[in-house]
Design a binder for this molecule. Structure first.
Ligand SMILES: Cc1cc2nc3c(=O)[nH]c(=O)nc-3n(C[C@H](O)[C@H](O)[C@H](O)COP(=O)(O)OP(=O)(O)OC[C@H]3O[C@@H](n4cnc5c(N)ncnc54)[C@H](O)[C@@H]3O)c2cc1C
Length: 215
């Protein structure tokens, strides 16, 4: 399970200069005025200048996490093919402290640490082994990869490339770093947030200071 920044276009100054074109002005470097402008744009939800920054990530996550990630339509994805290549035998086994029980009513669930995390991990491991064995057996029988893949579980790791602009990223982060988000996607989103701060630190700081909401 991993996420890395593989490319980016623009940064804090791209946002500033996209906004300043309105007044026939342009900044060469970030100073107090520019920081103030970024903060003003964020506070007043002038969202489009933040679309000028583009980030590209490569992630390797369980299929179940990727499925949630792909719901974020404002962005572009390419994922490894399960039709053309054989899936690698890599599955998500949660760390002991991530093995949890779901307690309470729908909409008000609380997740508590499971009383027997080692048993949970062991059972998941068995299920993965059995599924992967069936997958290989089906292919050995001559079944096409695109059909054999149906026996593989949501815990199998998949890999994808994601290109997203900073405005859309704010929306993703506000939803997926929230305490309500699935723990596994939350951990990935926290990585994404750290990586985005390398590209546009002032924008990320302003977003944090203005309530971490969609812009
Ligand atoms: C805690 C949590 C639980 C969830 N549970 C479920 C669930 O049980 N079932 C389920 O199906 N999904 C669930 N989702 C997914 C959720 O409904 C969204 O699909 C997902 O979070 C993507 O958000 P988004 O649409 O804002 O992002 P994007 O698709 O990236 O869109 C970004 C923004 O663009 C605008 N936009 C994009 N497309 C349209 C459009 N067609 N019309 C109008 N405006 C648009 C909206 O302003 C939107 O916020 C859950 C999400 C979270 C965070």
């Amino acid at each position: 399970v991993s996420v890395e920044l593989i490319g980016s276009m623009g940064g804090d100054l791209s946002v500033v200069n996209a906004a300043r074109v309105s007044f026939h002005k342009r900044s060469e470097e970030m100073g107090d005025r520019e920081r103030g402008l970024v903060r003003f744009l964020m506070e007043n939800r002038h969202g489009t200048p933040f679309e000028m920054v583009q980030l590209q990530f490569r992630a390797r996550t369980p299929i179940g996490v990727a499925r949630e990630w792909f719901r974020h339509r404002i962005g572009s994805f390419n994922e490894e093919s399960t039709r053309y290549v054989e899936m690698r035998k890599e599955f998500y086994i949660p760390e002991p402290d991530a093995c949890r029980a779901q307690v309470g009513k729908p909409g008000h669930y609380i997740f508590e640490r499971h009383h027997d995390p080692e048993k949970v991990r062991e059972m998941m491991g068995w299920a993965y082994e059995a599924a992967y064995l069936a997958y290989q057996d089906l292919m050995a029988l001559g079944v096409a990869k695109e059909l054999a893949r149906n026996v593989l579980p949501l815990g199998l790791l998949t890999e994808f490339v994601w290109s997203v602009n900073l405005r859309s990223l704010f929306n993703f982060l506000s939803l997926r770093t929230s305490p309500h988000a699935l723990r596994e996607i939350r951990e990935e989103a926290e990585q994404v947030e750290m990586l985005a701060a390398q590209v546009a630190p002032e924008c990320m700081a302003a977003w944090g200071a203005c309530g971490r909401r969609s812009v």
